[in-house]
Design a protein around this ligand. Structure first.
Ligand code: GDP
Ligand code: MG
Length: 293
């Protein structure tokens, strides 16, 4: 049985969310970290095992909205409730409550399993810890409470295993091998593929494969070159479009997304190549990650 799902980490800034992520990665296997702004989530990392895939994301720190931009940030945080499978609510020892009451009520009313992680217990003593566990049990009765030290690794493995228990049965959402292998190039491929899906009729995207041949990061810019492979000469013409306009649109839109994704200026060179047999060629399929066994 394979499990996969989305895990959202929420909590005030500085409570130790990133440290926990790192601890998870230290426990386990493969990860990709990025500043990815996917549609709703900032994907922090994907932890892959043979029979699971855990997709972790965090949200901007929880703050009381003081102006419009922050309001929209809080909307973003609230979306964490809608499409996660498990919610990790992290607080640090000594912390009393969230600044936003309405948000806090959403946690206590959550239909999704909530693990309340009481972090930095290495800084506390038994008495304080007991008092804090008591406090949070009353405040968030629907949560499972775990004292944790993300920094020292206390309870990290137990929490990790508990999350996997809670994940639904599902195939992986992201190809496992490619992510562990060349995460940046994988995202470049996917971004270009998405634009092609948006702008061409169905038979085109199915005939297309993308390979990012070059990914070269300089101080202020990332230079990428990707080839869009098609099976026939006619498809090549369609991809390129009249005076190159169609291909240019793909390039411009993909570049914008990639700049957001990597948080850096991007130079993206795209070209189209006819590769008659890419679909039937075993070696090539393997290279693109289809033939994983
Ligand atoms: P985030 O803003 O929630 O992602 O928090 P970070 O992971 O960046 O951690 C903020 C600070 O808390 C850093 O200085 C960490 O080293 C520290 N920290 C995180 N976890 C622990 C912990 O378990 N114990 C202690 N003593 N410090 C921690
Ligand atoms: Mg952080």
């Amino acid at each position: 049985m394979h499990k996969a799902g989305f895990v959202n980490i929420i909590g005030n800034p500085n409570v130790g969310k990133s440290t926990l992520m790192n601890a998870f990665v230290g426990e386990k296997l493969s990860i990709i970290t990025s500043k990815a702004q996917t549609t709703r989530h900032r994907i922090l990392g994907i932890v892959n095992g043979e029979d699971f895939q855990m997709i972790l994301s965090d949200t901007p720190g929880i703050i009381k909205p003081a102006y419009e931009l922050q309001e929209s940030m809080m909307d973003f945080v609230k979306s964490a409730f809608d499409d996660a499978d498990v919610l990790l609510y992290m607080v640090e020892i000594g912390e009393q409550e969230l600044k936003d009451e309405a948000f806090f009520r959403k946690i206590t009313n959550s239909k999704i399993p909530v693990l309340l992680l009481l972090n930095k217990i290495d800084k506390s003593d038994q008495q304080q810890l007991e008092a804090q566990v008591q406090l949070w049990t009353e405040k968030v009765p629907n949560a499972e409470i775990y004292p944790v030290s993300a920094l020292e690794g206390f309870n990290v493995r137990e929490i990790f295993n508990r999350i996997i228990e809670l994940l639904p049965e599902s195939p992986a959402f992201y190809p496992k091998d490619q992510l562990t292998d060349k995460p940046e190039r994988f995202f470049v491929n996917e971004t270009i593929r998405e634009k092609i899906l948006m702008h061409y009729k169905k038979e085109i995207p199915y005939a297309v494969e993308i390979d990012t041949e070059e990914f070269f990061e300089e101080e202020h810019i990332i230079r990428m070159r990707a080839v869009i492979m098609v099976e026939r000469e006619t498809q090549k013409g369609i991809i390129i479009g009249h005076k190159g306009a169609a291909l240019k649109r793909v390039g411009v839109e993909a570049r914008k997304d990639l700049e957001l994704f990597f948080g850096k200026q991007v130079h993206l060179e795209l070209y189209v190549k006819v590769n008659k047999n890419w679909r039937s060629d075993q070696k090539q399929l393997k290279r693109f990650g289809y033939n994983q066994k």
